[in-house]
Design a protein around this ligand. Structure first.
Ligand code: NAP
Length: 281
């Protein structure tokens, strides 16, 4: 089975559009997403354009604020504080990476945790790891929705997460634990990654190395989710050798067209949830 992330994301967006319409008639207001882009990083510009397009498509108020790369950190922090106090703004996303002179941690911690649609604020990270309600980082959130398309009940499955970043690996681990999986988290110092993978019912690859995960690393019938997006001479490829792995796995996500589209759909979902929580207060 090839897991169609494009289709799943389109279905989610269409559900979200209906939800936005309902919220509009209930509150006479719609959720608003503000994205801040600092500098000229080419992939970031594409991501921001796609986020804006999708937000508009589901009926959100979408705003993109662009700053030059030499922006003073204080100007950015002041803008975030202003957005925190603007009730028309439900969610704030500062596109990463930021220029080196800007302290990423300070930026993340300045965003009100109730508007942190990326789920990076320490309050949301802590809530997620404590099993409490929180904004969930969009890419792992998307991965978990795709996994659920293949198997509704993941309880007792052995999942191997490759990569331990705050963006992907760590929150993914928390989500899998919530589903009662047994989780092994691996990283660049893991001794024998192939052996770890061969034990897995589920593999989540979030590394950034083209085609790292090979067909002979996969237990027959495993589910493989490929988070990687790597630019190569032959185009975009994931962290998984798709041609090899798709012959052994029960289900695998392609790159492109797998996890990527779900990330944006989950961002829209998080924005709507932030709006609903703010309204219910
Ligand atoms: P990252 O912050 O660079 O983290 C990479 C992780 O992989 C680190 O934990 C690192 O271990 C581990 N690693 C490196 N080499 C390894 C090896 N040989 N064996 C096992 N683990 C190894 O990357 P990231 O931000 O999580 O992104 C990972 C990939 O996902 C990238 O290709 C990125 O472009 C892609 N991505 C996709 C989406 C999407 O929407 N689909 C979203 C975000 C990112 P250490 O901790 O020991 O260094």
């Amino acid at each position: 089975m090839i897991i169609d992330g494009k289709k799943a994301a389109a279905e989610l967006r269409s559900e979200l559009k209906k939800k936005v319409d309902e919220l509009k008639s209930k509150y006479n207001a719609v959720p608003g997403l503000t994205v801040i882009l600092v500098g000229e990083d080419a992939p970031s510009k594409i991501y921001v354009r796609n986020k804006e397009k999708s937000a508009v498509e589901v009926g959100l108020n979408s705003e993109v604020i662009k700053y030059p790369a030499d922006l003073e950190e204080k100007v950015l922090l002041d803008k975030i504080r202003e957005l925190n106090n603007n009730e028309k703004v439900s969610g704030i996303l500062v596109q990463l990476p930021l220029p080196k002179h800007i302290n990423k941690r300070k930026v993340i911690e300045t965003i009100a945790h109730g508007k942190d649609v990326d789920g990076f604020h320490p309050m949301n990270v802590g809530n997620l790891s404590s099993g409490y309600d929180s904004s969930i980082p969009c890419t792992p959130f998307g991965c978990s929705l795709l996994l659920k398309q293949v198997e509704k009940n993941l309880s007792g499955k052995h999942a191997v997460v490759i990569g331990r970043s705050n963006l992907n690996g760590k929150p993914m681990t928390q989500l899998l634990l919530k589903e009662n999986c047994t989780v092994t988290i691996t990283h660049s110092r893991t001794k024998d990654l192939k052996t770890e993978c061969l034990r897995a019912d589920i593999i989540i690859a979030a590394v950034g190395i083209p085609k790292l995960v090979k067909g002979d690393w996969i237990k027959k019938g495993a589910i493989v989710i490929d988070v990687g997006i790597n630019k190569t001479d032959s185009g975009l490829v994931g962290d998984v050798d798709f041609d090899e792995v798709s012959k052994v796995a029960k289900a695998v996500t392609p790159v492109p067209g797998g996890v990527g589209p779900m990330t944006i759909a989950c961002l829209l979902n998080n924005t709507i949830e932030c709006f609903q929580k703010a309204q219910s207060k």
